[in-house]
Ligand binder design. Structure first.
Ligand SMILES: C[C@@](CO)(OP(=O)(O)O)[C@H](O)COP(=O)(O)OP(=O)(O)OC[C@H]1O[C@@H](n2ccc(N)nc2=O)[C@H](O)[C@@H]1O
Ligand SMILES: Nc1ncnc2c1ncn2[C@@H]1O[C@H](COP(=O)(O)OP(=O)(O)O)[C@@H](O)[C@H]1O
Length: 321
């Protein structure tokens, strides 16, 4: 009897911006204790998974030449980790993963993590797994600190190393302009630079995330703009001093405020509305301070099958009071 080969599954997955990122102490396991407010935005990658005789990864789009296609690709690691988790091996786990990237590589927007999350969602559908999103989130956390958030999307508070999530109420849409830099920055390198700066002196730290959570529920971009903050920004700017000019140029172009996203070097500028974001993007594109600009809005949902069930995502597990 001929086996029926399931059709390929395509998953769309968002980038994230860290609206607020407070970095605590370096832990014994090499990670820093974090409290961060993530927002998923409408800048996406598309990931297609298909049963294939020649397993592997193909990469197209943004930064395609700087993404590994072998065992180091996070999407490939997601295939291996999920296959082991559900006990599939050999031909049963043979898939091809095609990445169409819109998220800048090593840009502080968690593109690799997004691809890993999308691969988990795609395989759950391709392999018809009876697996909840919370169980997928446990597998996701093994792959990287930012991977669980890409599954859920929306706006969430991340603690621990960033993988423990609680949803944050944010009913309003915020409008962003994103400035991509010429080259990426390595996340571990930026954390190391922060440790170095802290050993030398005491760079200012962002305060509590509580006011950010309040501003998100009020929906007022002017209130939120005053509160954007990132402890990694000083380290990213120390490694890439040109970012200072980019951050200034966005505000000069009419943004309410700008911040380095995560470990950078992408700068995210909050704007009053969609029209203002387009105007800021046009002016920033001509300022000669970045490789390219995009407009985006958030929050948007996490990884979901294209053309699939549109039902709302379950909320992340409640791990904090
Ligand atoms: C900085 C952030 C902010 O959201 O995002 P990006 O800028 O990378 O997108 C994250 O903390 C990045 O998360 P992610 O990129 O998943 O990192 P991981 O693969 O888990 O870790 C890569 C390395 O970053 C450092 N790391 C990561 C997370 C953390 N809480 N403390 C750390 O010190 C460690 O050196 C670790 O070995
Ligand atoms: N699917 C992937 N997409 C992008 N980068 C990947 C992927 N898999 C592995 N990588 C590696 O991970 C590094 C970090 O990538 P990325 O997740 O885009 O950035 P960031 O951690 O700054 O958000 C890249 O420099 C690349 O070498």
């Amino acid at each position: 009897m001929l086996a029926v080969v399931p059709p390929p599954v395509t998953v769309r997955v968002p980038a994230k911006i860290n609206l607020h990122l407070s970095v605590g102490d370096l832990r014994a396991d090499g990670y820093h204790e974090l409290a961060t407010v993530f927002q998923a935005v409408s800048l996406t990658d598309e990931v297609t998974v298909a049963v294939a005789e020649e397993p592997g990864v193909e990469v197209y789009g943004e930064g395609q030449d700087s993404v590994p296609t072998g065992a180091d690709n996070l999407a490939w690691r997601a295939v291996q980790t999920l296959a082991a988790h559900v006990g599939r091996s050999g031909g049963e786990a043979a898939v091809r993963v095609v990445l169409n990237k819109g998220i800048p590589v090593a840009g502080g927007m968690a593109g690799g993590s997004a691809d890993a999350a999308a691969t988990l969602v795609g395989l759950a559908s391709l392999w018809r797994l009876d697996i909840s999103r919370d169980e997928l989130a446990d597998v996701a956390a093994e792959l990287g600190s930012d991977v669980p958030f890409a599954l859920y999307g929306g706006t969430a508070l991340g603690t621990g190393r960033g993988e423990q999530l609680v949803p944050v109420l944010s009913r309003h849409t915020f409008h962003w302009v994103l400035a991509f830099d010429q080259r990426g920055l390595s996340t571990p390198r930026v954390y190391q630079e922060l440790d170095r700066l802290r050993a030398q002196g005491d760079p200012p730290r962002v305060g509590s995330h509580d006011p950010v959570v309040e501003a998100l529920s009020s929906g007022d971009p002017r209130q939120l703009a005053l509160l954007l903050g990132n402890d990694l920004q000083a380290a990213a700017v120390s490694l890439r001093p040109g970012l200072r000019r980019t951050l200034r140029a966005g505000v000069n172009a009419g943004a309410l405020a700008g911040t380095v996203s995560g470990s950078g070097p992408t700068c995210a500028f909050l704007c009053t509305d969609a029209e203002s974001a387009l105007a800021v993007a046009a002016e920033l594109a001509g300022a000669g301070v970045c490789r390219t600009v995009r407009v985006a809005h958030g929050p948007v949902p996490g990884a979901r099958v294209v053309g699939g069930d549109d039902s709302p995502r379950p909320a992340p597990p409640q791990v904090h009071a």
